[in-house]
Design a binder for this molecule. Structure first.
Ligand SMILES: NC(=O)C1=CN([C@@H]2O[C@H](COP(=O)(O)OP(=O)(O)OC[C@H]3O[C@@H](n4cnc5c(N)ncnc54)[C@H](OP(=O)(O)O)[C@@H]3O)[C@@H](O)[C@H]2O)C=CC1
Ligand SMILES: CC(=O)N[C@@H](CCC(=O)OP(=O)(O)O)C(=O)O
Length: 357
């Protein structure tokens, strides 16, 4: 593990926060959350540099007109000159850009990478799925996983999970950790189009997406498969086989992950395991028996809704999770991790109530 030293310095007040990739979806969502964060509202957190790639020089308004208080900010180039002098730097950049930037920033700067670069522990996995040299492994920004909250507290380098891995891992973690399912899981997860970022692509045109849902990256071809496998195998203490099928759905935000695994446990036994595991988790909403998650219920919220039951005829545990891919699936997880890293309340600035309809 290439974990960085613990954050030992007392953060300056006010805490200066920069967002690289501010014109993108992840960067924009980080900013939306920061603008309502109690530390921003009381002046103890200030929003410093906002950077972009080719769109440096434009104003934030062109990309995020909803972020009114920052709308006239001019986007700076993504380089050391722009990012130096901040206490916290969020990176919302395509994968492959984080290592070089982070290496130039002091160890005491809290760098929170929304990209994939530092999520995987196995260098061969990284090489296979991303095709470049492995940059290292940072503390993983999913505090709900066993041991991660402790690693994130005071961390100065944080790898935010992928959006599909957040939903599938939280759906299956209690069952896998308790050993009440066989280590063979199937995941079918429906995602909104913002999961793909804002770069123009023909297959993401409204005319291609509206009124249609389609699977992609099937049969182990999606790069989130090794990340989910890494998470679940660590919990199980044995390699877990993961079959993952992502599905693109005609909605801007949200992931609904339906996860199954063989079990001989009863629905009551399974529920007891989940209730115990998530009793004290502020962002995990375990739904009552019979209620089922919906992406529409968690839009803009850092909550994950989970339903768990057993299909006794099929001998399968069924766990279904709904998240907002941009909130709990990216920026919410990133801000939750920042809170832990700098000693703020973990829940600060993070809504648990969605926007509906
Ligand atoms: N969208 C999601 O749901 C999730 C995204 N992530 C990860 O977050 C990261 C950002 O994703 P997302 O916001 O969706 O992507 P977007 O395409 O929406 O935004 C990408 C951002 O990176 C900037 N950028 C692109 N190329 C460069 C470059 N060469 N140098 C500097 N800046 C550059 C863009 O600036 P410009 O406007 O100038 O091009 C833009 O600000 C990715 O690593 C993604 O995998 C993780 C979990 C979920
Ligand atoms: C709908 C859609 O296209 N989603 C993206 C997931 C985005 C994400 O989380 O990517 P990173 O792992 O790079 O952070 C995809 O399937 O590639």
């Amino acid at each position: 593990m290439g974990n960085s030293p613990a954050f030992t310095a007392t953060p300056r007040s006010p805490l200066r926060v920069a967002v690289a990739g501010a014109s993108g979806y992840a960067g924009g969502e980080v900013l939306r959350l920061l603008l309502a964060h109690p530390a921003y509202l009381d002046g103890s957190l200030v929003i410093g540099a906002l950077t972009a790639g080719g769109n440096a020089g434009a104003t934030l308004r062109e990309f995020h007109p909803h972020l009114h208080p920052l709308a006239e900010r001019v986007l700076a180039p993504t380089d050391l000159d722009s990012l130096a002098g901040h206490d916290v730097v969020f990176l919302g950049l395509p994968h492959g850009h984080s290592a070089a930037l982070a290496a130039q920033l002091p160890d005491t700067t809290v760098v929170i990478d929304c990209g994939a670069d530092f999520r995987l522990e196995d260098a061969d996995d990284w090489q296979r799925w991303y095709g470049t040299d492995h940059a290292g492994t940072w503390p993983y920004g999913l505090p709900e996983l066993t041991g991660k909250r402790e690693q994130l507290t005071g961390a100065t380098r944080i790898a935010v999970p992928g959006c599909y891995p957040t939903s599938a891992t939280l759906a299956l973690a209690p069952a896998v950790a308790a050993g009440i399912v066989e280590p063979t899981v199937q995941i079918v997860a429906v995602s909104g189009t913002s999961g793909a970022g804002k770069s123009p692509r023909v297959d993401l045109l409204g005319s291609e997406v509206m009124g249609s849902a389609r699977a992609y990256g099937v049969a182990g071809a999606h790069r989130h498969t090794p990340e989910i496998k890494q998470n679940l195998s660590a919990l199980a203490g044995t390699p877990v086989t993961v079959s993952f099928t992502p599905v693109l759905a005609p909605m801007p935000r949200g992931i609904l992950a339906t996860c199954t695994a063989p079990t001989t446990a009863s629905a009551a036994e399974v529920r007891a395991v989940y209730e115990k595991a998530y009793a004290d988790e502020p962002f995990v909403h375990l739904l009552p028996e019979g209620a089922l998650p919906a992406t529409g219920a968690v839009v803009g919220s850092n909550a994950v809704q989970i339903a768990v039951t057993v299909d006794t005829d099929a001998g399968l545990l069924i766990a279904i999770a709904a998240i907002d891919n941009l909130t709990k699936g990216t920026a919410g997880g990133a801000v939750q991790s920042m809170n832990l890293a700098v000693g703020l309340a973990e829940t600060a600035g993070l809504p648990t109530v969605g926007v509906a309809p």
